[in-house]
Design a protein around this ligand. Structure first.
Ligand code: FA5
Length: 350
């Protein structure tokens, strides 16, 4: 036990040193192979633990699990940082232009509208003191469902038609960004405030407002005495900043999500019609997302004392926010390779 404990402590130090020395996306991949990959040092710890007594397993199991979760989050943050840094460097490199060329010969690329909107939303949350983190797109069922109080056979799973990975019974493409809540709370004790954006996947038919792959933004705040007033203020600040001086009407109504109690649905009035259209399915309202106070069972699943702490969470569709802000009539247009359509948004690039 003592030997393994010391080994874990040494490994934690060397993980930290390697993390600090990451200086590129390639280094991120090397780090992943060395520590988190199939033959990496962290999965190897589980093999070592298999040989130990139940008592040692009980003591060291959670420590290994925590090390893994913290390492995954730290690596995801590095990947996020280096992706942006390397993209910026590439843009800068290509921004050289030959003054002797005619103006219209130099074709300029730009960031995709969804990336712009994502950065805009992240910046709003950063200004409110939230930290940015990323959750994995290929996920274990535990993080996508069980830890979020959605056990097997729960009817709420029907709303998340899931892409499971062939040959890996426990792996899926995440159906929402709420998995980031669990990774965060396993790695960090409160107070905490994070925002997490990214792609999510659902095996469902597409229409003007639904796609099988879309983007969400998730925010989570855990502290003492958090109330619906804090949540409502955060949603209002987010939407007010995002839409500028909003002309949209926002409504909140009770909603059910197993991982929050009470739960809310947040809708915006349809900007495309006043009497009902295909976008709002005749209701004149477009659903932006869900929110609520974190369910005590979710805090317990992450070993956070629910008698001391509580929190709020929200999850919104980024694609829907983009449609509303830029009057785009069909979500599927965002993934077309139609340059004339996409380049309309070039002027928004900073
Ligand atoms: C969720 O995914 C919850 N995880 C949100 C949440 C987070 C609730 C935290 C409470 C606390 P829902 O399935 O309703 O909830 O999806 C959230 C939003 O994603 C929707 O309101 C909508 O804006 C967007 N969305 C859902 N399905 C699609 C789709 N197929 N295509 C595009 N956007 C979608």
């Amino acid at each position: 036990m003592h030997d393994l404990k010391k080994y874990i402590a040494d490994l934690t130090n060397s993980i930290q040193k390697s993390l600090d020395s990451i200086d590129s996306l390639t280094a991120c991949h090397t780090f992943h192979t060395q520590f988190l990959g199939k033959k990496g040092s962290i999965p190897a710890l589980n093999d070592m633990l298999k040989e130990c007594t139940i008592e040692i397993k009980r003591k060291l199991g959670p420590i290994i699990q925590k090390l893994r979760a913290e390492t995954e989050i730290a690596l995801n943050n590095k990947i996020h940082f280096w992706t942006i840094k390397e993209q910026d460097a590439a843009v800068e490199k290509n921004s050289f232009f030959d003054v002797t060329l005619e103006k219209n010969i130099v074709a300029k690329g730009s960031m995709h509208l969804l990336s712009l909107v994502t950065h805009e939303l992240e910046e709003i949350f950063i200004s409110m003191g939230f930290a940015v983190c990323k959750g994995p797109e290929v996920e274990k069922s535990f993080y996508n469902f069980e830890a979020l109080n959605i056990p097997k056979d729960h009817p709420a799973r029907d709303a998340h038609d899931t892409f499971w990975l062939d040959g890996y019974p426990d792996l899926l493409l995440r159906t929402h960004t709420s998995n980031a809540q669990i990774h965060t709370m396993q790695a960090q004790q409160p107070p905490l405030a994070i925002v997490s954006t990214g792609r999510v996947f659902r095996n469902e038919a597409t229409d003007a407002s639904h796609d099988f792959m879309f983007m969400q933004i998730e925010a989570l705040l855990v502290d003492k005495q958090v109330s619906l007033a804090h949540l409502s203020y955060t949603i209002q600040t987010m939407l007010r900043n995002f839409f500028g001086n909003e002309t949209l009407t926002i409504r909140m109504r009770p909603g059910y999500f197993p991982f929050v109690e009470p739960g809310l649905e947040v809708d915006a009035s349809c900007p495309f019609c006043t009497t009902g259209c295909s976008m709002c399915k005749g209701t004149c309202w477009i659903e932006l997302g869900g929110a609520g106070l974190v369910h005590p069972k979710v805090l317990q699943a992450c070993s956070i004392a629910d008698t001391i702490y509580n929190g709020f969470a929200l999850g919104f569709g980024i694609s829907r926010l983009a449609l509303l802000k830029y009057n785009i009539p069909d979500v599927r247009l965002l993934y077309t390779p139609k340059i004339p359509f996409l380049s309309q948004f070039n002027t928004l690039n900073r």
